[in-house]
Design a protein around this ligand. Sequence first.
Ligand code: ADP
Length: 312
Amino acid sequence: MININNICMHYGPTMALDHVTFSVQKGEILGLLGPNGAGKSTLMKILTTFIYPSKGKASIDGFDILEQAQQVREVVGYLPENVPLYMDMRVDEYLTFVGNARGLNTVAIKKRFDWLKEACGIAPVWKHGIHELSKGYRQRVGLAQALIHDPKVLILDEPTTGLDPMQIIGIRHLVKELSKEKTIVFSTHILQEVEVLADRIVIINEGKIISQGTKQELAEEAMKHRCHVLTVKESKDNVQKALSGLLHAKNISFLDESKDGFVTYEIESAFGDTSAEEEIDRLNKDRNWRIRRFAERNFNLEDMFISLLSKQ
Ligand code: ADP
């Protein structure tokens, strides 16, 4: 349904996207995961033909984003990061306006209204002024405008940002429901969000894709790593220096320094390789460190995300 091929985007000297390539299958929910400034919004703006890329090609439902921008806009519903609402309109007026702008006639708009009220849960605020709505309802009205023309593809930029936990659950539920008949791409900087919602995950940082796969594939990848937590009474500098000399550690991250002078580090190594553990053991003995904790724990998706970002 969506093909993205070597997309690059320069804003002056900033390379916001660097040869991004991936595709999204029909009916899939794809989660675009990355920290702030990774390039997620830029990619979404390009897919929705809001801006044009500096280089590369992309198509949605077979329509080229550069050559057939109008057709692309017809098949896509877009919820930008800042929801485009007119505060001085009522919800029904605003959605009528968007429906008209989308080229729907009055009969078609009325038909969609019945569905939208129910699907987006906006019936209770239907005649309310948009300025009086809570953030959660504003987000729902934003989703309704993205859905008014019954698009095949939904592109949602950080759809749950700024919502409270109940509102987040509500939006997640809605997105899951919508995925029964639509292809959905959503962005987030929150790992749990993709874990709950996405069928497939693309991890992006500094404009580059650093990993992608199904949750299962990424979890299996994570299981190829092991992780040790070490808490010792010593200065951070000394521990950092000593650990950076480990030959079998793949990644070392500082976690915490307590008031009573203990520092905590995490040491990542390859699964099945006990050499790092033996090295740390030796180090502990050589330095005569006072150990509060030295333990192995499971490496999960979150560890992998952090590890990938810090490696890059
Ligand atoms: P994300 O959505 O992942 O937070 P963005 O796509 O908004 O990331 O931004 C990617 C990079 O491009 C950042 O370094 C950001 O500062 C830069 N950027 C985004 N929009 C513009 C713009 N209009 N002009 C200049 N730089 C921009």
